[in-house]
Design a protein around this ligand. Structure first.
Ligand SMILES: C[S@@+](CC[C@H](N)C(=O)[O-])C[C@H]1O[C@@H](n2cnc3c(N)ncnc32)[C@H](O)[C@@H]1O
Length: 242
């Protein structure tokens, strides 16, 4: 995949290039990932043995490793070269890893190539979910599923103190939990803009989960645990291609 001078670099490319190594080093125990988002996502995965699964925005490959353990046939994609190098280290030479920008059409994948798409915490960097979900719909076989996690619209609206709730809004914050502080851009969206692009693309929503932190989270960071027990930071959705 290449970016021509007319195709802008994805908004979070540089940020993830910078923090990839720290992200990889901390992902297994970082409370928001390890004791909050990941358990919620994995808990609702369908049976995946022998299924062709696309792990979208795979980062350093921890989710892909879990999918392989479940017996899935995994293709893992990300836009960050460094994340892909780290994923290669974790997953070994056999795993199908590709550099793919989710904000562009995915011509490298034929229609109906996959049974399931796993897309954790990577869609907040994509502005146009209508185009994205149409592509997901195209590359999934009929009856296939997509599952993703993203910022919770209510949490994000307050966190970013938005004055433009109904817009898909370019926002930034500074991440301090993965090495040197890194400014992280993303797109904040309303509840309607989180759900409607999925339905309009021809998906049926099967599950919506507002995760609760696990007991390991309480041990690791009691203050944030208390807060997450009352107010979700992420949202997980599972939908089927009708
Ligand atoms: C928060 S990390 C999540 C990684 C992994 N899914 C996980 O949960 O462990 C977000 C990932 O999305 C990737 N990403 C951001 N924008 C992307 C884009 N336009 N296309 C593909 N991947 C992208 C980043 O490089 C990064 O690896």
């Amino acid at each position: 995949m290449s970016h021509s001078p007319t195709t802008p670099k994805p908004i979070a490319y540089l940020a993830y290039q910078k923090l990839a190594d720290h992200f990889d080093a901390h992902l297994a125990t970082k409370p928001h990932n390890a004791y909050y988002e990941r358990p919620a996502m994995v808990a609702i995965w369908p049976e995946l043995r022998g299924k062709h699964v696309l792990d979208a925005g795979c980062g350093p490959g921890l989710y892909a490793a879990l999918l392989l353990q479940r017996g899935a046939i995994v293709t893992a994609i990300d836009v960050s070269d460094r994340m892909l190098e780290l994923a290669r280290k974790r997953l070994g030479p056999e795993t199908n890893l590709q550099r793919v920008d989710l904000s562009q059409p995915m011509q490298m994948f034929a229609d109906a190539s996959f049974d399931f798409i796993n897309a954790p915490l990577c869609l907040d960097y994509i502005e146009d979910w209508r185009a994205l979900f149409l592509e997901f719909h195209r590359i999934l076989r009929p009856g296939g599923g997509v599952q993703f996690s993203c910022g919770h619209p209510s949490f994000d609206a307050e966190y970013y103190r938005t004055q433009r709730y109904f817009s898909v809004e370019h926002v930034e914050c500074t991440w301090t939990g993965f090495g040197k502080p890194v400014v992280m851009p993303s797109f904040r969206r309303s509840l309607q803009e989180t759900i409607m692009p999925l339905l309009e693309a021809g998906f049926q929503i099967r599950r919506i989960v507002e995760p609760l932190p696990t007991e390991d989270f309480a041990r690791s960071d009691p203050k944030k645990y208390e807060s997450l027990m009352h107010r979700p930071a992420f949202l997980c959705m599972q939908a089927t291609r009708s």
